[in-house]
Design a binder for this molecule. Structure first.
Ligand SMILES: [Zn+2]
Ligand SMILES: [Zn+2]
Length: 435
């Protein structure tokens, strides 16, 4: 039977809330999580974890959707100025912002991995008295960037978990791997970590998310139905010309992109499962009286399974190329992010449910939750399952002040300590029960 010192758990919970506020104040977009990752590394090292960082845990050529060099460097210097850890920061340079902490238990046992994500979103944070981060002074200090999905909470929970596990090492069997992933938004960070072999030795894998519309102080160890997705940028290149004097000499990139956007939304539904499509950004042209020579279309497609996803990807490419051909312009399609589908392993979910239910004030419910969004943790889950391990995705309910990805998003911080305790119990009990 696992014994947790209540004083330790409660002190860790309080510190985790303060850390969450700090991460919330300094949100960082995908591949720019320099400050966050460096503080994570510092903390894990101080707790006695072995570290693997940066290029060791991210395969460079498997990364997609990277910001340009100017942005990468700007964010790096900001992190240096704003409290990032100077010892660890250089290891994350050029968008290698991932951390894996490894703790070995007192006796042999399974390898258990917990994955949390660290990135924020390009959402401007609410600046009204009703919004707690504003009222309490930890609103984002970065214009137009916000932790609007709770990944600040995930990072803080991961660090809290590290603290309690380090203090309970004599009760731990086997190995714990804490995975701090960059770039979940847009489906970018997981694939290169999987490609680097981060979960190749993992027996039990747990990903987590707070919120998701689940009721406060609940834990759902079976969250599934994640849609596969592909995100891509189509760059159209035409030919500029005077709109009145020589319109026939132009090749209209704007019309090609507009046609492509309409075409994407007319792709057929699929009998084998649900699908999604969205053309979210269209930028084109330079002047009113100029035939537009360039256009950028940012779009995504999703599917409930491989067959539907393949159909959506193939059709979207055909539509874009067809639209380009119609207008005689060139097009280059660049993949900038991807997610897949994955199912949860019920035996693992049941172990987690049993252990977590010993957390006071937390209600555990094994009914499956179908979110209908996408998650790149699915790549980790698949990899672990392909190699004979088990994986699941755990949802923690909390009272949300605003929806995910909106300026008023906020959680109930009282759920942070509960999430930490539940995960600690799950890890420690699993370490005794599995294998
Ligand atoms: Zn999100
Ligand atoms: Zn999220």
């Amino acid at each position: 039977v696992i014994h947790l010192e209540p004083a330790v758990v409660s002190a860790v919970g309080k510190r985790a809330i303060l850390r969450r506020r700090d991460f919330h104040k300094y949100p960082e977009l995908a591949w720019l999580e320099y400050r966050t990752a460096s503080l994570v590394a510092r903390h894990l090292r101080d707790c006695g974890f072995d570290l693997k960082l940066g290029q060791e845990v991210l395969r460079a050529d498997a990364r997609s959707g990277l910001p340009d060099q100017v942005e990468l460097q700007h964010a790096y210097h900001k992190a240096l100025e704003e409290g990032g850890d100077p010892e660890f920061l250089p290891l994350f340079k050029d968008g290698f912002t991932a951390v894996v902490g490894v703790l070995t238990g007192a006796q042999p046992g399974p390898t258990i991995a917990i994955r949390v994500d660290m990135d924020a979103l390009p959402v401007p944070e609410a600046e009204v008295p009703g919004h707690a981060p504003h009222r309490e002074g930890f609103r984002s200090c970065r214009n137009g960037v916000m932790h609007a999905c709770g990944h600040d909470v995930h990072t803080a929970v991961g660090l809290g978990l590290a603290e309690v596990l380090a203090a309970s090492r004599e009760q731990l069997r086997g190995t714990v791997k804490l995975i701090f992933q960059p770039g979940e938004e847009g489906g970018r960070g997981a694939e290169p970590m999987v490609a680097a072999g981060v979960v190749d030795d993992v027996d039990c894998f747990i990903a987590m998310h707070i919120g998701l519309g689940l009721p406060s102080s609940t834990l759902y160890p079976v969250v599934e139905g994640w849609l596969a997705s592909a995100k891509f940028d189509a760059h159209f290149q035409g030919q500029a010309a005077h709109a009145a004097f020589r319109p026939d000499e132009g090749k209209n990139a704007l019309l090609a992109a507009a046609q492509a956007a309409l075409g994407l939304h007319s792709i057929s539904r699929h009998h084998a499962g649900s699908s999604r499509v969205n053309a979210g950004v269209l930028r084109a042209g330079t002047g009113r009286n100029v035939i537009a020579d360039t256009a950028l279309l940012q779009a995504e497609v999703r599917g409930a399974n491989h067959e539907v996803q393949q159909f959506m990807e193939n059709r979207s490419q055909e539509v874009i190329r067809g639209a380009a051909q119609l207008h005689g312009v060139d097009v280059e399609i660049k993949m900038v992010g991807r997610t897949t589908t994955a199912a949860c392993d019920l035996p693992l979910a049941k172990h987690i449910a049993q252990a977590a239910s010993r957390t006071e004030g937390l209600r555990v419910d094994l009914s499956p939750i179908i979110v209908g969004a996408s998650e790149d943790a699915t790549f980790f889950m698949r990899r672990v399952q392909e190699r004979g391990g088990q994986a699941t995705y755990v949802g923690f309910g909390t009272e949300l002040a605003g929806g995910h990805h909106t300026p008023s998003f906020d959680i109930d911080e009282a759920d942070i300590p509960k999430a930490i305790e539940a995960l600690v119990r799950a890890v420690l009990e699993l370490s005794h029960q599995v294998r």
